[in-house]
Design a protein around this ligand. Structure first.
Ligand code: 13P
Length: 252
């Protein structure tokens, strides 16, 4: 049985004050989340403060990105070792906003995945197709290419210490969620592709769905056999909404 994971990706949002209030709200209700593992991914600068606040609670901390390099003259970069030292468990790698707005390609993303694992972080590898790619009928090719870049660099064994998030780009921040069936089809495709290399790792691999998940649609999505929780953007900025997603049947 895979334990589901619900992770909030706060993206570039929040202030010290708003984040304190958000954490107070999440912690007030976390006792009612029975089964899902819960994590939040603040902007880098708030990670240490959030990690201190969440130490000893059931809520884990992740970062939203990591350098592919370990240390040195890389202005603006943040290493996996630094993230580990300040209390991160997880790190998002290859989010579509990194890929599409900042030109980060599959090979670069794979190197970030490897760097995260070198420092004991659990990467949450994001994959997903653009709207035009779905319309061209090449969703599976795109997702396979994104996944294979990591498999080739790191090997299938690396997925025993990683999470995958399927985030169709057309569903991110648009209010347009993939239907549970559309999402399930891609999740099953990802698991099968991993299974063709290692069945045990495929069965244990958590594959999250991301893209306009809300309390109102979470149960339908999380009820699918290959959906093991969610990566939540906008709705994770509201404590009540986020907790309702964490408590959704299928996650909890
Ligand atoms: P939204 O939930 O705001 O659509 O964002 C999804 C996402 O990109 C999570 O990483």
């Amino acid at each position: 049985m895979r334990q589901s994971l619900v992770a909030g990706n706060w993206k570039m949002n929040g202030t010290r004050a708003s984040i304190r209030a958000l954490l107070d709200g999440v912690l007030a209700g976390i006792g009612d989340v029975k089964h899902a593992e819960v994590a939040v991914c603040p902007p880098y600068v708030y990670v240490p403060e959030v990690a201190e606040r969440l130490a000893g609670t059931p809520v884990a901390v992740g970062a939203q990105d990591v350098s592919d390099q370990d240390q040195g003259a890389y202005t603006g970069e943040v290493s996996g070792a630094m993230l580990k030292e300040v209390g991160c468990t997880y790190v998002i790698v290859g989010h579509s906003e990194r890929r599409n707005l900042y030109g980060e390609d599959d090979a670069f993303t794979a190197r970030k995945f490897a760097a995260a694992q070198r420092h004991g972080l659990v990467p949450i590898l994001c994959v997903g197709e653009l709207l035009e790619e779905r319309e061209q009928g090449i969703t599976q090719q795109v997702v396979a290419r994104q996944l294979d870049a990591v498999l080739e660099l790191c090997g299938v064994e690396a997925l025993a210490r990683a999470v995958i998030a399927y985030e169709p780009v057309w569903a991110i921040g648009t209010g347009k969620t993939a239907t549970p069936e559309q999402a399930q089809e891609v999740h099953a495709f990802i698991r099968d592709r991993v299974r063709s290399r290692d069945a045990g790792i495929a069965d244990g691999l958590r594959i999250l769905y991301g893209g306009s998940v809300k309390a109102a649609n979470a149960a339908d999505l999380f009820g699918q056999p290959d959906i093991d929780g969610g990566l939540i953007g906008g709705a994770s900025l509201d404590a009540e909404e986020f907790l309702a997603i964490c408590r959704a049947p299928g996650a909890s």
